[in-house]
Design a protein around this ligand. Structure first.
Ligand SMILES: [Fe+2]
Ligand SMILES: [Fe+2]
Length: 196
């Protein structure tokens, strides 16, 4: 598999962030590459077919359409692209299935290990040190931005996302999610001491 070429394709397909201008820093391409790295890390602990995991992680967010389901559009594009590369049909089918369902983090459908890993890697990129950056930078772009506003946003984000650990589908991801929430707890406690 020529991953360098696939990464170039992903870069092209995610070039338009599809986000409001003020959130331009939230790069879909960079998100994809972080998900890809985490998926590979999880695979090294948990096993699963590395090609299926890597391809699904790289291609999971290429499809965006205002009128159609994001997973469905992405799966369609990925299948067509991989077919053009001559990838075997079984791999294509399984990658397509993962992309199709990846946003449905609360599904109770039976999922393959590869699917669980890609969904967990995607979920992990929502929380942690990275979410402090996101909340701070998003606050900075609002009217009357302040450290306190950023603090409240970070705290609210923590409150909303703490219970979402239930969405983790593997123990390895649950352990990492827990670590990230603990980091946020420590950060918020320290910030309270320094700000107020
Ligand atoms: Fe997505
Ligand atoms: Fe994603």
């Amino acid at each position: 598999m020529n991953y360098a070429e696939i990464i170039e394709y992903v870069k092209k397909m995610t070039a338009d962030n599809g986000r409001p201008d003020k959130y331009n820093f939230r790069s879909r391409y960079e998100h994809t590459m972080r998900v890809y790295r985490w998926a590979i890390k999880l695979q090294s602990k948990l096993g699963g077919d590395l090609d299926i995991i890597a391809l699904a992680a790289l291609l999971h967010d290429i499809g965006w359409d205002d009128t159609r389901d994001h997973g469905e559009v992405g799966a369609e594009l990925a299948v067509e692209y991989l077919d053009g590369l001559g990838v075997d049909q079984e791999t294509i089918k399984r990658v397509g299935e993962i992309i199709m369902i990846h946003e449905d983090k609360d599904t109770d459908a039976e999922l393959s290990l590869e699917c669980k890993i890609v969904m967990d890697a995607d979920l992990l990129d929502e929380v942690g040190a990275i979410s402090v950056l996101w909340d701070s930078m998003a606050t900075a772009n609002e009217d009357e931005a302040s450290y306190k506003k950023a603090y409240y946003r970070i705290k609210n984000f923590y409150r909303i996302n703490k219970p979402k650990i239930r969405r983790c589908k593997t123990d390895a991801a649950r352990a990492e999610y827990t670590k990230r929430m603990q980091l946020l707890e420590g950060f918020i406690a320290q910030l309270e001491k320094e700000l107020f």
